[in-house]
Design a protein around this ligand. Structure first.
Ligand code: NAP
Length: 542
């Protein structure tokens, strides 16, 4: 097969890859997107599990770049379900004719940098190869599902699914004995849905998470009108908040207030939709242990009030971390599910799984028969997609080896030794801890600006200096240190019990906040891309 040649290759046709393709077309560049899935959508293409829906307000999640899209598209609910989001991304793909530059069902297996030609070459799952000056990774931070490292997983003869690779055909739980392993944000959404129709649902919980009410509701005609009128205000509010949500931290400190004042505020937040209780809380609750303990006690009381069996309530209350120090799953009557007669919780701390058998799950206490096992066991987060790719930079250096002790990047967008590779939503990028489309647009706009600058100056390659990379990595660690979530095991910290060697905490996100990150990126650009090294050359490819 002849090598295909482009100006830029984008890996992934999720929200970031789609928008990057759209923006690069402005330059008249030839761009090819390679996508492992059968259509656009990324996360929303793969995660079709029951109950999958936004935890961000729908109207704060869509793209903001097109006034026409904002006028045309209407979300039916404040927190839309997965089919609607996938529908939205299909509408975007149609509207901007994106598919003509996307090759579906094609996984990039390897990417290597050819120094002499100053080009990237990728090897594809269909046996083909393609070359381009720029390699833009749009992999998504949660795109490599991990199965649990439990003996016998392959031996089960019933139906079994990982939530992150859910089948396209309808799956019925009616009359079935269903097991769900995992109680993260995905497990919680799945459990709520499966409990409605399964004959019996058994939840296998290793560690509980602190969940908070989603409080979803439909959007009526007047609501639609108001949202459309308020879009500039909504996006301005997101721009101004730490995680780019509409919820902004309260400037007060919990510890400065009386117990009555604190509780009144927390009651209000607990009764409001979305992430307000996490992102819109007092500014010390995620950084000061004492403040966090108070909030944690408040939420524990809520769980005790909602679960009828006090012993069961205690099992659902995390004891190893405070509220908000891991990703908070948002829920709709999740705790009430455990009051149903058709739902059982198995606490793996007390009763570990010994193995999966052909007919069910054998725990230390019993052999439980199941018709279906659902694995909601999470992802090889943020760096998993990169490692899977086998990326080789200048001198054949492996990215996985470079990041063996943790990622090192400049702005979470480029890596020293890997010229012209740009990592949208990469590790140590604010987009990893963000109402993600808001930060995706920032990432893509910035990368587009950089490529425009290179075209203007006839630059062939860009790569960060080692000094810039060292300084950014140190800054990421320093801002992380201030947050309580770097003291707790979770995917934020690169922990994955199912992957050998991933039990040591390595901070993968950026905790300095989206506004500070955006300012830094803008400042770097304004100073002629300070910290980046360019080489001049022909403009053959770019
Ligand atoms: P996760 O948060 O990593 O949770 C995985 C769950 O599986 C945990 O409860 C974990 O227990 C359990 N688990 C893993 N391996 C296990 C094993 N071998 N045996 C028993 N239990 C095991 O993954 P996730 O729930 O898929 O969520 C990942 C992220 O996706 C979320 O944090 C969120 O950012 C995103 N997400 C977003 C939405 C949304 O916006 N609507 C919805 C879903 C997910 P331990 O806690 O003990 O490790």
């Amino acid at each position: 097969m002849p090598v295909q040649r482009y100006d830029a290759i984008i890996i992934g046709a999720g929200m970031s890859g789609m928008y990057q393709l759209h923006r690069l077309r402005e330059f008249g560049m030839s761009v090819r997107v390679f996508e492992a899935g059968g259509d656009v959508g990324g996360t929303w293409y793969w995660n079709r599990y029951p109950g999958a829906r936004f935890d961000s307000e729908s109207w704060s999640y869509g793209y903001s770049f097109s006034p026409e899209v904002l006028k045309e598209w209407e979300w039916s609910e404040n927190f839309a379900a997965q089919p609607e989001t996938l529908g939205y991304l299909n509408y975007i793909a149609d509207k901007f004719a994106l598919r003509r530059d996307i090759q579906f069902d094609t996984r990039v297996l390897r990417a290597s940098y050819d120094e002499a030609a100053a080009e990237w070459e990728v090897e594809l799952s269909d046996g083909g190869r393609a070359r381009a000056r720029f390699l833009i990774t749009a992999l998504g931070p949660l795109s490599v599902p991990t199965m649990p490292s439990i003996d016998g997983v392959d031996s089960f003869r019933g139906e079994s699914f990982h939530t992150g690779t859910w089948p396209h055909h309808p799956v019925s739980f009616e009359g079935k004995r269903v097991a769900v392993i995992g109680t993260g944000a995905t497990g919680v959404q799945t459990i709520q849905e499966v409990a409605k129709t399964a004959a019996h649902l058994t939840v296998f919980q290793r560690r509980p998470n602190w969940c908070a009410p989603l409080l979803n509701s439909p959007i009526d005609a007047e609501g639609q009108r108001q949202i459309k009128a308020r879009y500039p205000e909504i996006f301005a509010a997101c721009r101004d908040s730490h995680g780019s949500f509409i919820h902004k931290a309260d400037p007060r400190k919990a510890l400065d207030l009386s117990p009555a004042e604190r509780e009144a505020f927390w009651e209000k937040l607990y009764g409001e939709p979305g992430f307000g209780i996490w992102m819109g809380n007092f500014r010390d609750v995620l950084s000061n242990q004492e403040a966090n303990d108070l909030l944690t006690d408040f939420i524990a009381k809520k769980i005790r009030a909602r679960v009828k069996d006090p012993a069961l309530a205690e099992k659902l209350i995390p004891k190893d971390h405070g509220f908000g120090t891991r990703r908070v799953p948002l829920e709709t009557k999740y705790y009430e599910v455990y009051n149903q007669p058709n739902v059982t919780l198995v606490d793996l701390g007390e009763t570990p799984i010994e193995r999966i058998t052909p007919t069910g799950i054998k725990t230390a206490a019993a052999e439980l028969p199941f018709d279906m096992i659902i694995y909601a066991t999470g992802f090889d987060a943020v760096i998993g997609g990169f490692n899977k790719l086998d990326i080789r930079g200048a001198g054949g250096r492996s990215l996985e080896e470079k990041w063996a002790e943790g990622p090192r990047t400049y702005l979470g967008l480029q890596v020293a030794g890997f010229p012209n590779m740009l990592t949208l939503v990469g590790p140590h990028n604010a987009a990893t801890f963000c109402n993600i489309p808001r930060c995706i647009e920032q990432n893509v706009d910035w990368v587009t600006g950089l490529i425009g600058y290179m075209r203007q100056h006839n630059y062939t390659t860009v790569v960060p200096s080692s000094a810039a990379e060292d300084a950014w990595t140190a800054h990421v660690m320093e801002t992380g240190e201030r947050m309580l979530f770097t003291k707790v095991d979770s995917w934020f910290m690169g922990i994955n019990s199912n992957i050998p060697g991933r039990q040591k905490r390595t901070f993968l996100l950026y905790a300095g906040g989206a506004p500070a990150y955006r300012e830094r990126c803008d400042e770097v650009a304004a100073k002629g891309y300070e910290g980046f090294v360019f080489t001049e050359g022909t403009r053959a490819a770019a």
